[in-house]
Design a protein around this ligand. Sequence first.
Ligand SMILES: Cc1cc2nc3c(=O)[nH]c(=O)nc-3n(C[C@H](O)[C@H](O)[C@H](O)COP(=O)(O)OP(=O)(O)OC[C@H]3O[C@@H](n4cnc5c(N)ncnc54)[C@H](O)[C@@H]3O)c2cc1C
Length: 462
Amino acid sequence: MKRRTLLKAGIGLSPLLPLTGMAALQSGQKNSAQVLVIGAGIAGLAAARQLRDAGSDVIVLEARERTGGRIHTYANWRGPAVDIGASWIHGAGPANPVAKLARKIGARTVTTDAEKAELYNGDGTALSARDEKKIDSIRREVSEAIAEQSRRGPDSSLRKLVYAETDYETRSALEQRIIDFTLNSNYEHEYSGSTDQLSRLWFDDGGSYAGDEAIFLDGYKVITDSLAAGLDIRLRHEVTAVRYGEKEGVTVETSQGVFTASAVIVTLPLGVLKAGNVRFVPPLPAKKQAAINQLGFGVLNKCCLLFPEAFWNTGLDWLQHLPRTGHAGEWAEWVSFARPTGKPMLMGFNAADVGTRIEGWSDEKIIQSAVSTLSTMFGKPVPAPLDAVITRWKSDPYARGSYSFNAVGSTPAQRDDLAKNISARVFFAGEATEKKYYQTVHGAYQSGLRAADEILKLNLRR
Ligand SMILES: Cc1cc2nc3c(=O)[nH]c(=O)nc-3n(C[C@H](O)[C@H](O)[C@H](O)COP(=O)(O)OP(=O)(O)OC[C@H]3O[C@@H](n4cnc5c(N)ncnc54)[C@H](O)[C@@H]3O)c2cc1C
């Protein structure tokens, strides 16, 4: 008999638990299922879809007023949509499961090209050929030092390793500026953690898919919307506690009543688990709690500026900026959407500690700082933007950051500790639980499928 038939016949999963909770009773909606999924990001949606397609009865509990989580498409501007969470399918070749999904639903994608890049000086002067040569050579020096030394010796921070290997203290002010720029643009923007916290041993432990870097013309939400279609998703249901001490099943307390099930899949972001606002009763096992405490959760913020027309070289996709002394890491990376999408939009990024600091500023201050940086880069005043969208992922109570990283003192094996189910009743998914493809949409997606499969297999064996 196929798995689908078994589950449809109700064999395997324990019987449904009784209905509880006033909200559900009042609305007439049931609040008991075979499986509850906490979080309607890509991991939760993938898990719920997989279980539903196998015939299981699933309810998804989501705190926000929308699905998608860290996939968030802003579609208020005319023309192609803007993603203010994840933008890219990293490595959109045939093996990438999200690329497969995109092809299956006929999503419109275009690619960006990291080679179409230019570096601008942040002190208002043009970079001389000599400066450019120096920058290339220092960038190479940093990446070679990391490649040769990072897997050696006791763990320490990436910055400590690079400062020691490049004799940072003895270098000229310009050279120090370039070293700091390289640490920020190459590592903090990619991994989201401060180079003071990224583990020299494990910061880049993981895998990647081959292929282009693809973005969605109609926004990443086409993927999450396609997974969410037809699922029982309860929005504005903030989970406050997960109880699994009773003999059977689980009880999940939310801002809108109590839900019960045979099993629960927790896809809360690592930042939310760290904050401890969702109570687990009994408390999580020590190894899992240690993984939550020790793995890092970083910040990457975006500021998208829509201009009346492009004033920059629209043949470029990436504009990099070497910040002036004392402003390391501010607005170091920009993406132009003019070539891939035709939209006169620049997206400025701020990562790690700088990202956290800048998100504390007012909208006006952030926009003013972004525009004045662009004016310095181009050596003349740039036009005022028509509109701007700013993210503050660190202050977002349902994310508390952007994505996980391997921090000093953590190990990749701790992602398995995070992923491990408790008593075959409390299952875990989400980007941070993925040992190979953490930080990414495709990693989160695969973690959701993995957790759903764990439940399906367990119930087939029972
Ligand atoms: C700015 C930014 C840029 C990124 N760029 C890329 C990129 O280009 N490519 C890429 O592959 N990845 C990128 N990522 C990472 C990617 O977005 C994530 O890895 C992925 O979306 C995580 O999915 P998830 O399902 O694990 O978590 P989430 O999407 O965070 O889903 C968790 C869900 O749980 C909900 N929740 C939280 N607390 C509660 C609660 N108490 N009760 C109920 N629900 C709750 C949240 O609202 C959320 O919907 C980026 C992330 C950010 C923030």
